[in-house]
Design a protein around this ligand. Structure first.
Ligand SMILES: Nc1ncnc2c1ncn2[C@@H]1O[C@H](COP(=O)(O)OP(=O)(O)OP(=O)(O)O)[C@@H](O)[C@H]1O
Ligand SMILES: [Mg+2]
Length: 340
């Protein structure tokens, strides 16, 4: 098998707070292939952004710390790189698009200056050529009159335009991996769909791998090759999008899929969902962290942590002691109907 583009192993990222140590990412391992489009889903607070920020090495000390793990990118452990080399990776080989472009664009510089600076930092070109590349990058994201717009300031743009600029900036150096953390959440639904389509199309044309963090399972189903479902700092299920959506193995995944509003059906009520709230990451429940909310939980779920193991289909992994024994669609375990 070809070497993965990205290989994260046993990543643990903690934050020290007054209340205690928040174990935001607790033993996350996954691989991404060249050009792979991977969806990352899970409820708020499950560790999606902290995983992404750890890959970018943007966890802020002293409160935040990657306490253990390796993040191999193109065969090199990013966690061992000196900061100046990491700066070259950031924005160069790996680009990240954040939810709120106002926090990533500097209000006192023109959009052109910011694009040109990024391009000059990562490509060996002079200012004149960088400006040309910047204009082309804006054109790629369908911003009209790009050469004029280069001299505008971020506040002169609409939210959708700013997000297009961020995508242009992210892709301007032809990264091998684009991490998009809820890139369109701040926009209206129509603009969201347009921008998501555009971003994904551009990435596809260039063969850029994409790690897409989103609450929109429809986008993941339509665009991603693979999916990882996160719960309380860990991956509870991963597999191809087809297997995971068609044949979920973890009760949490099943609940998450059930809470999707089905516009394609004649009714829009929720068929099933996940009851309760996510646990504290300071004092998580023992055993399986999902056990207090699980309709199938048994004694060993409260005492033993379930490792991710292959279940269901080939290359589909679930962290559930009973994954292979549950029939989620009929809510039963080995013929018994759950008491839900
Ligand atoms: N700087 C920080 N200090 C303390 N705790 C933090 C910090 N950043 C994140 N956390 C905690 O880490 C956990 C994971 O947060 P994270 O932002 O990764 O969630 P998420 O899955 O991205 O959620 P959302 O869908 O809401 O964006 C949360 O409990 C969060 O409160
Ligand atoms: Mg987040």
């Amino acid at each position: 098998m070809a070497e993965p583009l990205l290989s994260v192993k046993d990543l643990r990222t903690y934050f020290t707070t007054e209340e205690g140590v928040v174990r935001a990412v607790e033993g996350v391992s996954f691989d991404m292939a060249v050009g792979e489009r991977r969806g990352v889903v899970g409820e708020s607070g499950s560790g999606k952004s902290v995983t992404a920020m750890s890959i970018m090495r943007l966890i802020e000390p002293p409160a935040g710390e990657i306490v253990t793990g390796t993040i191999d990118f193109q065969g090199e452990n990013l966690l061992a790189l000196p900061e100046d080399e990491m700066q070259e990776v950031r924005g160069g080989k790996i680009a990240m698009i954040f939810q709120d472009p106002m926090t990533s664009l500097n209000p006192v510089y023109t959009v052109g200056d910011q694009l040109i600076e990024t391009i000059m930092l990562h490509q060996n070109v002079n200012k004149h050529d960088a400006r040309e590349i910047a204009g082309k990058a804006l054109d790629d994201v369908q911003i009209p009159s790009p050469s004029r717009v280069l001299d505008d300031y971020p506040h002169q743009f609409s939210g959708g335009m700013r997000q297009r600029v961020m995508i242009a900036m992210g892709l301007s150096c032809n990264p091998d991996l684009l991490i998009a953390d809820e890139p369109t959440t701040a926009l209206d639904v129509t603009t969201q769909a347009q921008i998501m389509d555009l971003m994904l199309k551009l990435a596809e044309d260039r063969g850029t791998a994409v790690m897409l963090i989103t609450h929109d399972l429809g986008v993941v189903a339509g665009f991603c090759d693979t999916v990882q479902v996160m719960y309380a700092g860990a991956i509870v299920e991963q597999g191809t999008a087809k297997d995971l959506f068609g044949d979920p193995q973890h009760p949490y995944t099943w609940g998450l899929l059930g809470s999707m509003t089905r516009l394609d059906e004649s009714h829009t009520e929720r068929l099933h969902s996940v009851r309760g709230a996510p646990p504290s990451l300071i004092n998580p429940p023992s055993g399986c962290r999902f056990n207090p909310r699980c309709d199938f939980a048994q004694e060993q779920c409260r005492s033993r942590y379930p490792a991710l193991r292959e279940s269901g289909n080939e290359a589909q992994f679930a962290a559930c002691h009973f994954a292979t024994e549950l029939d989620l669609k009929s809510m039963s375990v080995r013929g018994e109907v759950s008491n839900r």
